[in-house]
Structure formats: C-alpha cells, structure tokens
Design a protein around this ligand. Sequence first.
Ligand code: ARG
Length: 373
Amino acid sequence: MSSPSTTDADVANSYNEWDPLKEAIVGCIEGAAVPQWEPSFEVDLTLQCRDFLQMYAGSPFPRELVEPAAKELEEFCRILTAEGITVRRPDCVDFSQPYSTPDFSASGLYAAMPRDILLAIGNEIIEAPMAWRCRFFEHRAYRSLMKDYLRRGAKWTTAPKPLMADELYDFDYLAKSPEEREKLALSRSKFAVTEYEPCFDAADVVRFGRDIFVQRSLTTNQLGILWLQRHLGDRFRVRTVSFEDSKPLHIDASLVPLRPGLALTCPIRPCHQAEGFKKAGWDLVEAAQPTLPNSWKMLFASRWLSMNILVLDPQRVVVEAQEEPLRKQLEDLGFETISIPFRHVYTFGGSFHCATCDVRREGQLEDYGFPSE
Ligand code: ARG
C-alpha cells in the first residue's frame, strides 16, 4: 500500500483480464451511503432493495452491513499482497453528503467497486461517464490515486461527464409494466437510458487484448460505446455483445474470460454472439450454479456474482469461499483456486472482479483470434 515514486510508462499496463496481475486498486466500503431513489432504479432494483432504499435513503449504510464487508475486503487485500500484488485503496469519502447540480439533486453511493468507474486499457486509466446520479461524484475517492498514477507515467482520462438531466432517462419505458419492460429489453429496443448524451460504466466493458467487448445496458448507451471506440482509435476494436438478459448491468457476471481461448458464461444469460466466439477459437463454458441462498441480502446484483472472479494469472483464480461447485469446475479446467470469503461484499453489489481495477498486469497488446472485419 506504499506509493512508489518512479516515473515509468508501464506504471499502468493492462490489456486483458488474465495476464499475471501485478497491481490492483481494491475498493473501500467505509463511507458507503444508501442512495436516494432515482429514475433508472425503477428497472433493476429487487423488491428487497426497494424497501431498503426507502428505509435508509441518504444515510450511511448500516454498520452491521459495512463492518463484515470491510473485514472481507481487508482479508482479500492481505491475500493479494501476500501473492506479491501491489494493492492500492481509494480515499475514504463520506458518500452520504447531498449535492445538487443545475440538473438534479442526489447523494452518493460508494467507492467499493472500482471496476464500475475505472477502465484500465494499456497505459491509460479512463474514468467512465457513469449514468447513475448517485455516482456523479464517485471519482472524488480516486483522485489521490489518479494523480499519483499520472505523476508516475500513466495516462489519465475522464470521459465527458453526463449531465444526467431527465433527458438521459427514458421515462416512458420506465413507466411501463415490468412485463412490457422485459419484452422491450429482450428485443433490445429500449433501455433505461436514452441516447441523449454518452454514458457507460467501465464494468460493461471486458478486455480481450485488441478486442474490447461492451454491452448496451441499463447504464451504457450506444453513444457511450461510440465515444469509447473513437477515443481508443485503431489500435482497438470495440465490439458490442449482448445477452439474453432483460436487466443488463455490468458484463462481469455474464462473460468472464479465464485465459486465452476460455471464458465462463452465465447459463441464465446466454450470449447472442456465442457462435462468433467459437469461430474465433474460444470455448464458452457455462459457470456452475451459485450456492448463495435466496434469503441473502443482495442490493444491486444477483447470486451470479459467484462468477465474478478475479484471475491472478492464467493458472490462478480467486473464488468466493462458499462457491464450491464453481471452485471444483475451475479446478477441473486446470486452475489453482484461492478461496476467500466475500458474501458480505456481495450484498453491496459486487464480488472480486467488481471490487478491483487491475491497473497493472504483465504482458502486452495482443490479438486473441477475433477476425479484424
Ligand atoms: N448484473 C450482475 C448480476 O446481477 C452484477 C454485476 C456486478 N458487477 C459490477 N462490476 N458491479 O449478476
């Protein structure tokens, strides 16, 4: 957790999800706050989450949820450090402070999931233009880190921040019945966000070297994907992927590459482009069933966080301690697994992949079999 002071072009170096991991930002749960209701929550929040928001909106998350999750995060950091990985943490920010812009008023969420906001590609770290109002100021927790990466040689970019005025949200769509919304979402014609301005969450992006796969989701629009492609230029091919998913939000519990030629997919959200992956020489393997009981408090995600694993290198992966079927499956696929308890972090909407941003991995930009078109 030191901050070395050398200037080095490789200070950030990350092209895929599996090369040997050298440095990662790990999220921080301290300061997390329960967000106030906002338009896009209409689609993706479970009933359980709705009641919880009603009760606590605008206040810090209850201690009894924060404390065990913070302990799990500490233990995760300790294990990564013992594996020789440099761990960096965001600043502690009180996210319960309310704020207003000319377009809206809200209060914050957390800095628990760096994956959602930070996109590391090569030597560059991009702050994503996220679409939830409660995440408007989330970057504040990462400013110390970003300044340090900049000073030491990384390229730091912030994508154009959405205004998040009402025009960004499709109120017609949001007002429809859940059944109608599901139909529209499955036909991929409507989402919670409009095309008013670019937006995307970094967690809707998965890196396969030169090929960067992005999903249109509740927080990512076409214009956001266009911004990313134009920004990254010819060295990368930004490709849209989609899944049988009526509430797409973050790709990292739907398509999880493990090593070149092998990726996990989610059995309840088949990938529409599976054939293309197969043609490119990739085996898509359905992840084993999660073990989390339905009664477990889950606020922004599903039990399929089980597959939100962190690949340390093409031989080793970090898996949640109680996800025994997945652990067994990964071992059968030839991986050594490191089991770490993380269910209390699950409650906040992410697991190991969400809670990290892999700023530095060994390796360079490569092609992994996808046609150049
Ligand atoms: N939408 C996913 C699910 O419910 C959760 C993905 C969470 N990912 C993240 N980076 N926060 O299964």
